[in-house]
Design a protein around this ligand. Structure first.
Ligand SMILES: N[C@@H](CCC(=O)N[C@@H](CS)C(=O)NCC(=O)O)C(=O)O
Length: 220
């Protein structure tokens, strides 16, 4: 059986978990937090998620795990069949990671802890996020999914990537990403309505206290 190593509060963990559920695969979740021996044993980088395949291979990096699942378990497909459309899907995933999730993540020490983010960093984050918003506005179809009528890995990736700008934007930038991209709010409501999203979100909420206690104890 596949084992997903990580914790349900993690947005990256939830991208892979959503894909596993969408493919109807049997898997178990092994709860492992950053910095723990349990996580370092499966990912020397100490990042969540990691995954042990049914064949026993241990992998990490969210997009690597998604590509593996798509190749190993092609049905139901989470990429369009056409290579041109497939590449466009990957472009939206990359955009979500590089220009939405990662810049906003720089603000997490101030959101989760007491760090003060220098104004210069805030400006860099704002500029990167603006690039992401411009790109998403231009490239997402929202008809109803990001790449058309099929729910793809771009939808799954963006849904959980958005968690960080949504968390940090209002308090640290006085900015709300959902209002910044036309169509994003409706898409978000649609995505949240799926049975899979509801399960992932419920598991995330159930893990919140334990994760926050872990952060407090280990990351001060
Ligand atoms: N590039 C990684 C990023 C994963 C990531 O940043 N995970 C967070 C949890 S949401 C983590 O492990 N943070 C702990 C750390 O950075 O030490 C991926 O795509 O899987």
């Amino acid at each position: 059986m596949i084992t997903l190593h990580g914790f349900p509060f993690s947005n990256y963990h939830n991208i892979v978990k959503h894909a596993l559920l969408a493919k109807g695969l049997d898997f178990e979740e092994h709860i492992a937090y950053p910095g723990s021996e349990a996580l370092l044993a499966v990912n020397p980088l100490g990042k969540v998620p990691a995954m042990t395949t049914a064949a026993g291979t241990v992998l990490s990096e969210t997009t690597v795990l998604l590509e593996y699942l798509e190749e190993k378990y092609p049905e139901p497909a989470l990429y369009p069949a056409d290579p041109e459309e497939r590449a466009k899907t990957r472009r939206l995933m990359k955009l979500s990671e590089l220009y939405l999730e990662l810049p906003a993540r720089r603000l997490l020490p101030a959101v989760l802890g007491s760090a003060v983010i220098p104004e210069a960093t805030l400006e860099e984050v704002r500029a990167a996020l603006q690039r992401g918003v411009t790109g998403l506005t231009a490239l997402a179809a929202f008809s109803p999914y990001l790449c058309g009528d099929q729910c793809t890995l771009a939808d799954i990736y963006l849904r959980y990537a958005l968690a960080i700008p949504r968390l940090a934007g209002p308090s640290k930038l006085d900015w709300d990403i959902v209002s910044a991209v036309p169509g994003l709010r409706e898409w978000d409501v649609m995505m949240a309505g799926s049975e899979i999203a509801k399960r992932v979100d419920a598991d995330q909420a159930a893990n919140a206290d334990e994760f926050m206690a872990y952060v407090k104890k280990h990351m001060g």
